[in-house]
Design a protein around this ligand. Structure first.
Ligand code: NAD
Length: 474
């Protein structure tokens, strides 16, 4: 049975305690046993990153480019194999899994280029004879804590900019998806990066907490649930560490009377159900104006009924399994909550037979925008249908949650599309496109309770991974 370990100071290091990684499409299949870190392993990783910092933070842009470009090239060359691993570990269908791996490769390539573009400004001084320039420096030792739903793309979009800016890294991936992170660590260890500049610590929340609270960690970039994000924020604020949080969503897709109906249905199905609804940008609320409501609902249900749920590696599968039993039970419990508060289950919402955690995509009708089913993140293939009178009410309902990650509208009206883009309280707005599915080279993030701190990805990622220094020269 493959045994996978931490990567600390360039060496694979094992723990006595391990965790089994199970294929959610087939729970008889064990992918591997993975070491589980405690505070002592975390400390070793932080010491290694601290020792590597002086060398890596002074590396040239060319060295950084070469390392990141190497990593990106190998990921892209192996996207089929790594995509298969991802599909087995997380349950994303193979085509989506390969797409995620390719995204990770392109992210490294993008930040290889960004390493060459780190610069500052020359600003005219108000004083005669003085020159003012700004430069960007590495923040230091950074902790990267990632969730299970994008097991290679999220580690990539944190690791690549962190290294591009000269920081040293400790990555703590989700305990549910350590295999992709371990494969990434292997590639990074062959890239020419000095030992200790990148470290991988496997394990659960205990390891994540020890990492966040380690006094030599200068900054924390976190993606995951709001509860964990808040606990990280509290610690970092108290200890004056830089931090960045990407958290949950309750993303709305608004469908107006004038929408292109087949397009709107595709946007709804893709946004709500693809990747088994396990995307922070998934559309978990579908808000539809009354004149098109009956026709749209009938078309949505017909399309949902055609979706094939099954093994992520089966080429005919469109919706893979839920990641684990806990998430499956959460999905089922939200169906019960939805029904108990007066919602109508129009389709799906059942556990399906098989050796995996299969769950049929669900549509629940509940027009009360304040119902729990319309307010709380489920993180599964469940969308609620909410009927509204007109655009104004749709916008008001769309904004009526604490979250603000992504928001979409299907309309042929330029006026409403423009007003929606301006007034939707979200970090990302989509017109005639699903709420999920974004480019790899542009800023990503939310507003309100969905995110905190500078944006990730694209050129803006450098804001978090650098500090600005202002130089005065007389
Ligand atoms: P989670 O918060 O349970 O875990 C995320 C990571 O934090 C894991 O690595 C976990 O081991 C670690 N962790 C747990 N407790 C910790 C602690 N006390 N201190 C430090 N680290 C700790 O989240 P999850 O279930 O893995 O992921 C699902 C969530 O992630 C959803 O809410 C989803 O919306 C969110 N998500 C957000 C984005 C985004 O960019 N906004 C992207 C993907 C997922």
């Amino acid at each position: 049975m493959p045994l996978h370990h931490h990567l600390i100071a360039g060496e694979r290091l094992r723990s006595n305690s391990t965790r089994s990684n199970i294929n959610p499409s087939n729970t008889d299949e064990l992918i591997g046993e993975f070491s589980e870190a405690d505070a002592s392993h975390v400390d070793l990783a932080v010491q290694a990153a601290t020792r590597a910092l002086p060398q890596w933070s002074r590396s040239t842009p060319q060295q950084r480019f070469d390392v990141l470009d190497f990593i990106g090239s190998e990921i892209l060359a192996r996207k089929q194999e790594l995509g298969t691993l991802l599909a087995r570990e997380e349950g994303k269908v193979l085509a989506e899994a390969i797409g995620e791996v390719a995204r990770a490769g392109y992210v490294f390539k993008f930040f290889a280029g960004e390493a060459l573009r780190i610069g500052g400004q020359a600003i005219a001084s108000v004083r005669p004879g003085m020159e003012v320039i700004t430069s960007r420096e590495a923040v230091g030792v950074v902790a990267l804590i990632t969730p299970w739903n994008f097991p290679i793309a999220i580690p990539a979009w944190k690791t690549a900019p962190a290294l591009a800016c000269g920081n040293t890294v400790i990555l703590k991936p989700s305990e549910l998806t350590p295999a992709c992170a371990s494969a990434l660590a292997d590639i990074i260890s062959r890239s020419g990066l000095p030992a200790g500049a990148f470290n991988l610590v496997l394990g659960a929340g205990v390891a994540g907490k020890a990492l966040v609270e380690h006094p030599q960690v200068d900054a924390v970039s976190f993606t995951g649930s709001i509860a964990t994000g808040k606990s990280i924020a509290q610690h970092c604020a108290l200890h004056l560490k830089k931090f960045q949080l990407e958290m949950g969503g309750k993303n709305p897709l608004v469908v107006l009377d004038d929408a292109d109906l087949p397009l709107a249905v595709e946007c709804a199905v893709n946004g709500a159900f693809f990747s088994t609804g396990q995307r922070c940008t998934a559309s978990s609320r579908t808000i539809v104006t009354e004149k098109i409501y009956a026709e749209f609902t009938a078309a949505l249900l017909a399309r949902t009924a055609q979706l094939r749920v099954g093994d992520a590696l089966d080429a005919s599968t469109q919706i893979g399994p839920v990641v684990d039993l806990r998430q499956l039970e959460k999905n089922l419990s939200y169906i019960d909550i939805g029904l108990a508060e007066g919602g109508k289950l129009l389709i799906g919402g059942q556990r399906q037979a098989g050796k995996g955690y299969f769950f049929s995509p669900a549509v629940i009708e509940n027009h009360d925008a304040q119902a729990r089913i319309n307010q709380e993140e489920i993180f599964g293939p469940v969308t609620s249908l909410i009927k509204v009178k007109d655009f104004e009410q749709a916008l008001q309902v769309a904004n009526a949650t604490p979250f603000g990650l992504s928001g979409g509208i299907c309309t042929t009206s330029l006026k409403y599309a423009t007003q929606f883009r301006r007034e939707m309280q979200a970090g990302m707005v989509m017109v005639n496109a699903p709420t999920a599915g974004v480019d790899y080279h542009v800023p990503f993030g939310g507003s309100k309770a969905s995110s905190f701190g500078p944006r990730e990805q694209g050129g803006m990622a450098m804001e978090f991974y650098t500090r600005v220094k202002t130089h005065y020269l007389a």
